[in-house]
Design a binder for this molecule. Structure first.
Ligand code: CAA
Length: 260
């Protein structure tokens, strides 16, 4: 499938989704959001894709936010619909049965920071800048930032970022746990691909269940979350990959996972 505002490239086990509106620093308008949702519907089902990387085109921005020009004339009901579309897309990415890595190659502001927050892992280039600058525009984050940022970096830090609209650099994002690691700009995609390769070499079914356990379990109390984990742990033992993974360890040889 081809898109107007996205590029999707494939290599073995991997899909790289590039948000491609460089003239607007890859800002998310309605069409881009719809395309993202459609791309993730396909990628979730694609048997040859085990990991997805999201990045932005150009050297300046991952995504500089929701599209301000498109939002400016909206009325309250239209703005609520737009926020719901954004939520739907972030939810789709977060719930994708495959790991999603954000390769943050520049500004990740507003909806761009929220897109990165919807991913499982965030790798930042040294020139990455993160922030929720919505208060500068007289609005609040609308694609889940008030919730996911607070859950990831803690309430106090999220409050400060959201209430001041301050932009932080990659090192600060790493320090507060918003970025998993920081690398030189020219190493960004390579680092994300290497990380993807490491994940691809593991049992795909186990990786899928691990994501599900962490993601869904975090919203439960500890007892229920551990019960949920035990159910998924048990489910692993219904797979050929579990038998192969453990037998390979006992045989002192690398495992050959089939994703079954
Ligand atoms: N929406 C629409 N267009 C945008 C955009 C955005 N979020 N961010 C940048 N652009 C456009 C600019 O309007 C400009 O277009 P023109 O060349 O046609 O004038 C082009 O991208 C380049 O931007 P700048 O000239 O501003 O580049 P800069 O290097 O001087 O500044 C920047 C870069 C600091 C990222 C600045 O562009 C900026 O502050 N952008 C807005 C960031 C922002 O406020 N994001 C939050 C949006 S609200 C939101 O996301 C709500 C939500 O949660 C759903």
């Amino acid at each position: 499938m081809t898109y107007d505002n996205l590029l999707v490239d494939y290599s073995p086990g991997l899909a790289i989704v590039t948000i491609n509106r460089p003239k607007a620093l890859n800002a998310l308008n309605q069409q881009t959001l719809i395309e993202l949702e459609s791309a993730f519907c396909s990628l979730a089902e694609a048997p040859d894709v085990q990991v997805v990387i999201i990045t932005g085109s150009g050297e300046k921005a991952f995504v500089a936010g929701a599209d301000i020009a498109a939002m400016q004339p909206l009325n309250a009901l239209e703005a609520r619909q737009f926020a719901k579309l954004g939520h739907q897309v972030m939810h789709k990415i977060e719930g994708c049965p495959k790991p999603v890595i954000a390769a943050v190659n520049g500004f990740a502001l507003g909806g761009g920071c929220e897109l990165a927050l919807g991913c499982d892992i965030r790798i930042a280039s040294e020139n990455a800048r993160f922030g929720q600058p919505e208060v500068n525009l007289g609005v609040i984050p609308g694609f889940g930032g008030t919730q996911r940022l607070a859950r990831l970096v803690g309430k106090g830090r999220a409050m400060e970022l959201i209430m001041t609209g301050t932009m932080i650099d990659a090192d600060e994002a790493y320090r507060i746990g918003l970025a998993n690691r920081v690398v030189a700009a020219e190493q960004l995609l390579e680092t994300a691909k290497k990380l993807a390769e490491t994940i691809i070499s593991k049992g795909p079914y186990a990786v899928k269940l691990a994501k599900q356990a962490v993601h869904n379990g975090l919203e439960l109390d500890l007892d229920r979350a551990n019960q949920y984990e035990a159910e998924l742990f048990g489910l692993c033992f219904a797979t050929k990959d579990q038998k192969e993974g453990m037998q390979a360890f006992l045989d002192k040889r690398p495992a050959q996972f089939e994703g079954e």
